[in-house]
Ligand binder design. Structure first.
Ligand code: URA
Length: 437
């Protein structure tokens, strides 16, 4: 058989032809080992982004990525392991709240998260804003933590789906994020490699998501459900609204503080709806309750009795994080400049474009331009209003946290332009758009 060659693979995809299983496997093996250079992988990823992939190619890509490293076997835990993942959003701190909450019901959680991608935030960056918290632990300790405290949340530093780790940060640095085959393979390869038997996916939809319309979100969901079926992993997709940021805080430390407040029972309505819906399906797939509404009540009870919050503290301590920051969030390092912006009219909040807000926060220092860039955890925005809220002239709309005067001024200007106010009453956006399974 003729030897496969990366130049021919790039050429084929550039010319809109279908790649074979062997060609996809050759690319994944070569890029993971370093034999294929970043610039060649960039060209191929851009060609996939522009020309798409057939269902067969996406499935082959997912399986090749899942097998690019170790495959974790969680059967030692003797329980059904249900994993959760989001397709990304702005202000999306759901995993920080939901996973300790689910674990507090006695359902084991073994979660491998990602870093910020494009204008969206990532759970790993948020966890790393807790001083001491170790996201990069080895597989043995990961499984041991789940056995010991019922939950572990880590980054992809383990040898699990290493191809995704490389492609994920490459996509982030070459503006190739919003692609159905690339998102589906990225998420499902991680889920397959990390040993979960069942999967609940938060498929976000709207300006602050990678899928802007419900139709595109449905297409992505269908693709992931199908990959789940082929891999024998039952997958449920909850389509959620991501037109405005979720909750009030956007920025790593600020979101951790908001998540802690949520676990203490002070949960914004939109966050609560998303957390409870996803959580109820996790409980169902774990075989701990078929009634979705009853499952939501179980979750709510563990917010009210503090068990979810206690589980979060246990998770942080068990991964060497300093829980004194969780118990007293005023200890977190603050940005140097903290200033409010005010409304120049009376009316109702009509639109707060999540993507633009995500970009403003990235430009304040929370996002990466190059994949090796470090980020500023203290910067961000705390909104004081949500879409549909009434606002008076001169009332505060948001607080900006910055570490440079110049960036602060720029953010103030941009944020005022992004928040649209109307004199007519605006209805509250629907958060849960659809359940697909
Ligand atoms: N989350 C992932 O893990 N991968 C993506 O491509 C998008 C969101």
């Amino acid at each position: 058989m003729r030897k496969v060659n990366i130049l021919e693979i790039i050429e084929k995809k550039r010319d809109k032809q279908e790649l074979s299983k062997e060609e996809i496997e050759y690319f994944i093996t070569g890029y993971t080992s370093g034999e294929i250079a970043d610039y060649q992988a960039s060209a191929l990823i851009m060609a996939i982004y522009l020309n798409g992939m057939t269902k067969q190619e996406t499935t082959n890509l997912t399986i090749a990525m899942a097998h690019s490293g170790e495959m974790l076997d969680l059967s030692v835990l003797n329980e059904v392991i249900v994993d959760k993942h989001s397709t990304g959003g702005v202000g999306d701190k759901v995993s920080l709240i939901l996973l300790p909450l689910v674990a507090s019901l006695g359902i084991p959680v073994a979660k491998m998260s990602g870093r910020g991608l494009g204008f969206t935030g990532g759970t790993v960056d948020k966890l790393e804003s807790i001083p001491g918290y170790q996201t990069g632990i080895n597989i043995h300790n990961f499984v041991e933590n789940v056995e010991k405290v019922g939950i572990s949340m880590i980054s992809q530093t383990l040898n699990l789906a290493p191809a995704d780790k490389k492609i994920y940060s490459l996509r982030d640095s070459i503006s190739c994020v919003e692609s159905i085959p690339l998102i589906a393979s990225s998420i499902m390869s991680k889920k397959i490699a990390s040993g979960a038997q069942k999967i609940v996916l938060d498929v976000t939809c709207g300006s602050g998501a990678f899928m802007h319309s419900q139709e595109r979100a449905e297409e992505l969901a269908k693709e992931m459900i199908e990959i789940g079926r082929l891999a024998d992993k039952e997958t449920v997709c909850v389509l959620t609204n991501m037109d405005e940021p979720l909750g009030y805080a956007v920025g790593n430390t600020l979101e951790v503080i908001e998540a802690i407040e949520c676990l203490k029972g002070n949960m914004p309505e939109d966050v609560k709806e998303v957390v409870l819906e996803l959580g109820a399906y996790m409980v169902k797939l774990a075989g701990k309750g078929n009634d979705i509404e009853a499952n939501k009540l179980q979750l709510l009870e563990n917010i009210q009795n503090g068990k979810g919050y206690q589980k979060f503290i246990q998770l942080v301590e068990n991964q060497d994080g300093d829980s004194s920051y969780i118990k007293d969030t005023s200890r977190f390092e603050k940005a140097q400049y903290i200033e409010k912006i005010y409304s120049n009219q009376t009316g109702y909040i009509k639109r707060m474009d999540a993507k633009e807000i995500g970009k403003i926060v990235c430009d304040l220092g929370a996002g990466r331009i190059r994949k090796e860039d470090s980020i500023d955890n203290a910067v961000g925005i705390v909104l004081h209003k949500k879409v549909s809220n009434k606002v008076d002239k001169q009332e505060a709309l948001a607080t900006i946290y910055a570490n440079s005067k110049e960036k602060l001024e720029e953010a103030k200007k941009r944020l005022l332009e992004v928040i649209q106010i109307d004199e007519n009453v605006v209805s509250k956006p629907k958060m849960i758009l659809e359940i697909m399974q």
